[in-house]
Design a protein around this ligand. Structure first.
Ligand SMILES: C[S@@+](CC[C@H](N)C(=O)[O-])C[C@H]1O[C@@H](n2cnc3c(N)ncnc32)[C@H](O)[C@@H]1O
Length: 211
């Protein structure tokens, strides 16, 4: 998977297909990061979450891990010198060496849906290992409602999306794997969920239970 090719087009494609809807999903639970000192955003992409987060919590230390150099450059260009505390790391998260100090929050925006089941479980386990025992995890993603017209509508949208990303960036996933089971296996509990667009879009706030 390589998002470099898509990087110059990502902003206008988002605006054209979804307007501000994806950004509303990314930031739906932003306030739950209050009090978090160290925040990790993985697959940050073009920097829209990082921009909102740095603006809202200028004192927090935000680390962004992103595999595509061109997406990372786009994010840095977007935010510029406005947020000098952001640490940018160009790396595949599975090969990335995390620091020893744990993160108070993990953020994944439209990232977990990129992976097939075996890789998804490995990504979630890796990120959970970097998270504090009481960490927050904000997940923004697409979803498929269980039944009815909303289900078939989402299936059609997903077929188009996975076809498009498969062709353009070599996305390894062919369909969505819900991350819920893997998050629960890492002691995260779903605190709250907001759905929009007939259940096609989801903003989740997960909270880790100290054991
Ligand atoms: C669908 S885009 C989402 C971008 C952005 N977070 C958003 O909200 O639109 C997925 C992003 O994850 C990055 N990515 C994919 N696999 C990765 C990996 N293994 N490690 C780090 N980043 C990865 C891609 O380069 C891409 O920028």
């Amino acid at each position: 998977m390589n998002f470099d090719r898509l990087a110059p087009h990502y902003d206008w494609l988002e605006t054209f297909t979804a307007g501000e809807k994806l950004q509303q999903v990314r930031t739906a639970w932003l306030q739950e990061l209050r009090g978090c000192r160290r925040i990790l955003s993985v697959g940050e992409g073009h920097g829209r979450f990082a921009e909102a987060c740095a603006k809202r919590f200028p004192g927090a230390q935000l680390t962004c891990v992103e595999a595509s150099p061109r997406m990372l450059a786009r994010a840095q260009q977007r935010i510029g010198a406005a947020a000098p505390r952001i640490q940018w790391q160009c790396a595949d998260v599975l090969a990335w060496t995390p620091p020893r100090e744990k993160y108070d929050a993990i953020v994944t925006c439209f990232f977990l849906d990129c992976f097939p089941p075996d890789q998804l479980a490995a990504v979630i386990a890796k990120l959970a290992a970097c998270a504090a025992p009481d960490a927050v995890w904000l997940v923004s993603d697409f979803a498929v409602p269980p039944q009815g017209l909303a289900h078939w509508r989402a299936r059609a949208v997903h077929a188009l999306m996975y076809g498009f990303f498969g062709m353009t960036v070599g996305l390894p996933a062919r369909r969505l794997t819900p991350p819920d089971e893997s998050l629960c296996a890492q002691a995260f509990r779903l605190e709250a969920r907001r759905e929009s667009e007939w259940g096609l879009l989801r903003s989740d706030w997960w909270q880790r239970e100290p054991t």
